[in-house]
Ligand binder design. Structure first.
Ligand code: KE4
Length: 419
């Protein structure tokens, strides 16, 4: 299958990280997903910790979602006209994230971030954006500057094809380092439209914000008349029902969403302050549009997913995530393998390094060949991990204690072979 796909698709895949280049293995072709498990084209079953890179907080193919989707599909797949579903999902988003007073749906996190950048530039009349080294906000030109995720994994954080004139407006600071942000703001006073941040960084591997970092960004932005944009494509509805902004009680001016908001179908969203979002066409002059924006099937999947969120789900995710993170650290210690496990709720990344991982620089000290060896050993034992040291592992409501036990047993075996 990979040979056939490689003859027609660049690298044989439709998103780089899926090609397993960074972990020295042949990509798995999936036949189906069920709960927390994947079944590949050869009939092998895996416990899945990619979960489509985050959207599937309820696991693969939940019965209620399939029922809602088949009923929606019977009414038609797309109209290019408003449906009441879009209003209902926007209201649900605004209830969970009160900072999102107005919401616009798009079809990916990339579209959400690039549109939020356009609104921020229009609202402030300024061109520069500040992002953090190792953070990833999708593949729009402005954000492919020292980007994380697949760009970091493949060692192309600054992609060819991005005009120097565009990259020049993207300024880069160090994650978890307010002084670095202050320095950039001092050097570029009056020219910065917005600071874009993953409030919990997931694209250099998982790096939670240090105490005071997010509140510090809010203070600096207020002082400089700069907009604060939270990219909650990963953390939204995952860190908590109200995302990272609820956990740390910091109110951004704009928020970007994706993944969970679509329940596995293509949905992104951006939104925030009414005065800013009223700039968006047709209520204002900032143009942004999309054939499949607000698609009824995607809205149905998003509604089902957000309505199925519950305190019990977050307790389950926190407990299992905690068990998995602690168990990995224990297993590595017993095997004498240097491992730092960063974790937050149902997100985690084990870094093969002795350094505490707080930013891109410390994440880069991780031994990616050891991660590759872990990946291959776990895959052979029926555990499907993110195929990159610089990604987060995702749990879902469908994962069980038995899945975590099996994963830890397999990890102990993998670490022993590494030591
Ligand atoms: P999409 O365009 O892929 O829907 O979203 C881009 C994006 C924006 N912001 C954050 C914080 C993100 O994590 C992402 C996408 N995440 C990656 C995985 N880290 C998607 C996986 C892939 O690129 O195949």
């Amino acid at each position: 299958m990979f040979a056939a796909s490689s003859r027609i698709l660049p690298g044989g895949v439709n998103s780089p990280v899926r090609a397993f280049k960074a972990v020295g293995a042949m990509p798995v072709f999936v036949e189906r997903g069920r709960g927390a498990h994947l079944v590949d084209a050869d009939g092998h079953t895996y416990i899945d910790y990619v979960m489509s890179w985050g959207p599937l907080i309820h696991g693969h193919a939940p019965r209620g979602l399939l029922k809602a989707l088949s009923a929606a599909a019977a009414r038609g797949t797309s109209f290019g006209a408003p449906t009441e579903l879009e209003t209902r999902l926007a209201r649900r988003v605004a209830t969970l994230m009160p900072s999102m007073e107005r919401v616009r749906f798009v079809s990916s996190g990339t579209e959400a971030a690039m549109s939020a950048a356009r609104v921020a530039r229009a609202a402030t009349g300024r061109d520069a954006l500040i992002k953090f080294e190792g953070c990833y906000h999708g593949h729009a030109d402005a954000f492919l500057v020292r980007a994380g995720s697949g760009a970091m994994t493949l060692g192309i954080p600054n992609s060819p094809g991005v005009p120097a004139a565009v990259a020049a407006h993207t300024l880069v600071a160090r994650y978890n380092d307010l002084a670095s942000v202050e320095h950039v703001l001092d050097q570029h006073r009056g020219t910065v439209a917005a600071v874009f941040v993953e409030p919990i960084a997931g694209n250099m591997g998982l790096v939670p914000p240090r105490p005071g970092f997010l509140a510090g960004l809010r203070t600096l932005c207020d002082r400089e008349g700069v907009l604060l944009v939270f990219d909650e494509v990963i953390s939204g509805f995952r860190a908590a029902a109200g995302g990272a902004q609820q956990v740390w009680n910091v109110r951004p001016d704009l928020t970007c969403l994706g993944k969970i908001i679509g329940g596995g179908l293509p949905v992104g969203a951006y939104g925030g302050r009414t005065d800013l979002m009223n700039l968006v066409a047709p209520s204002g002059p900032v143009y942004q549009a999309g054939t499949l924006s607000g698609n009824p099937l995607a809205m149905t999947a998003g509604l089902w997913s957000l309505e199925a969120l519950s305190p019990r789900l977050y307790r389950h995710l926190a407990r299992l995530g905690g068990r998995l993170a602690a168990g990995l650290a224990d297993a590595a210690r017993h095997a004498g393998v240097a491992l730092q496990v960063n974790a937050f709720g149902s997100l985690l990344t084990p870094f093969f390094t002795t350094h505490a991982v707080r930013d891109y620089e410390t994440a880069s000290t991780a031994d990616t060949s050891q991660y590759g060896a872990l990946f291959r050993s776990m895959l052979a034992q029926g555990i499907y991990l993110p195929p990159s040291q610089f990604e987060a592992w995702f749990l879902s409501g469908a994962h069980t204690d038995r899945d975590v036990d099996r994963t830890l047993t397999a990890a102990a075996r993998a670490f022993k072979a590494l030591s």
